[in-house]
Design a binder for this molecule. Structure first.
Ligand code: ATP
Ligand code: MG
Length: 384
């Protein structure tokens, strides 16, 4: 008898001739996620099997594997040879109490002589004889014991399944660069795009010394949490101090945020080209704050050619918070360190900026020089 972890993949099974393309990413990402743990990963049909690991590493393996995008469910199983006696012996170790249960046998190995329904009843008898207060209920069961008799001569016996992160394997959709603030929304936005298979790069704009070192550490921490799902994240810090001071000095203060956003987008697009990213990701949600009105979005979108993905555009704050809590970024996001957007914050920000007026205000600046200034002063770290 041998313990294994079975992983079942998600949407990939809908893919046709190019399924292998997605499977290769999934295999590579799975191996990378557990690279520091001794274990073997192999593919068996639409499943991936992790085996030959030390039992003490099992929880760690489960914690890592449930975060690999591309898998829907995971089960810890006992693996035995396709021999009735061995499977029944294995069933003796199943511990259940005070519940109803059923046994479901899947017999892919047609050389296995006993029909599925009959074998399920045999396994059920063994479980009944070795546990107290159990009853079999084929319709309304609390627990289901699965016996999976495979063509390759191995049988898996298991009880529970654990929900995994779902989505598509990282890398299969190409590269994306996300504007990562220290807030609640942008980490969730990046998580969602990564979950659809994008390899994520991140950029953060800071206004040191107006913003603190702790604010920067918070962003690094958020990128580290995301990297548990996305793999290593290249995070670029851009100093935005000079840009903000210039806007503050030369432009109508009510246009501060609008113009800042436009310069952030231009700098991000340049970084995207440099890193071969095909799209930009932001955490904007329609109408959430003054800069996220349709007019605000039109104004910031107007300065870039690259598609801008806004996966939270139709989400309520409550929905976003729910995801942030589930993926583990929420507690860090709510730490009270200032963001560069709070520096020189205008009293009456323009809520529905008119593009012509924005361009008129912006013309007071040497935008290209400011962009070059930003790009000449980058700090890059790998968050993992
Ligand atoms: P978040 O919770 O993501 O900070 P928010 O509700 O505070 O979002 P805004 O401050 O209007 O909204 O920012 C909108 C988007 O612009 C953010 O989701 C993020 O993608 C990007 N952004 C804002 N500030 C920064 C920053 N300092 N560095 C990088 N990106 C930023
Ligand atoms: Mg913010």
């Amino acid at each position: 008898m041998n313990r294994v972890i079975i992983l079942r993949y998600s949407e990939i099974h809908l893919k046709g001739a190019n399924r292998g393309f997605f499977e290769r990413f999934l295999m590579e990402n799975t191996q990378k996620a557990i690279i520091d743990i001794n274990a073997k990963v192999e593919k068996g049909g639409a499943r991936y099997i992790v085996s030959e690991y030390d039992l003490k590493d099992e929880n760690k393996l489960i914690a890592r594997l449930t975060k690999v995008f591309g898998f829907n469910w995971l089960s810890v199983a006992e693996c035995v040879e396709n021999e009735p006696e061995k499977i029944l012996e294995c069933a003796k170790n199943i511990r259940l109490s005070n519940c109803s249960f059923r046994v479901t046998t899947r017999r892919a190995d047609k050389k296995f002589q006993i029909p599925s329904a009959k074998f399920s009843a045999m396994v059920g008898d063994i479980i009944l004889n070795n546990n107290d207060n159990l009853k079999v209920d084929l319709e309304n069961f609390d627990e289901e014991v699965k016996v999976d008799i495979r063509e390759n001569g191995q049988t898996f016996v298991y009880l529970h399944s654990i929900k995994c992160a779902g989505g598509m394997p990282i890398g299969c959709a190409g590269k994306a660069i996300g504007l990562l603030s220290g807030g609640i929304d942008s980490p969730v936005a990046m998580y969602k795009i990564a979950r659809r298979g994008a390899k994520i790069f991140a950029v953060h704009f800071h206004s040191y010394p107006y913003t603190s070192e702790r604010a920067k550490l918070k962003v690094i921490e958020l990128a580290k949490i995301l990297s548990q799902y996305c793999g290593k994240i290249k995070l670029t810090f851009v100093s935005f101090t000079k840009v903000q001071e210039e806007i503050h000095r030369k432009c109508n203060p009510n246009y501060m945020i609008t113009i800042m956003r436009r310069i952030m987008m231009r700098v991000t697009e340049r970084l995207a080209y440099k890193n071969k990213c095909k799209v930009i990701v932001t955490g904007e949600s329609l109408g959430q704050v003054a800069s996220q009105t349709m007019e605000g979005i039109t104004s910031s979108n107007a300065v870039v050619k690259m598609p801008v993905l806004r996966p939270l555009i139709g989400d309520d704050k409550d929905d976003i918070i729910e995801v942030a809590k589930r993926i583990g970024t929420f507690e860090t996001s709510i730490l009270p360190y200032e963001d560069c957007c709070t520096v020189f914050l205008p009293k009456n920000p323009i809520i529905k900026p008119n593009l012509c007026q924005v361009e008129e205000e912006e013309a007071k600046l040497d935008v290209d020089a400011l962009i070059n200034e930003c790009l000449s002063n980058l700090e890059v770290i790998e968050a993992e």
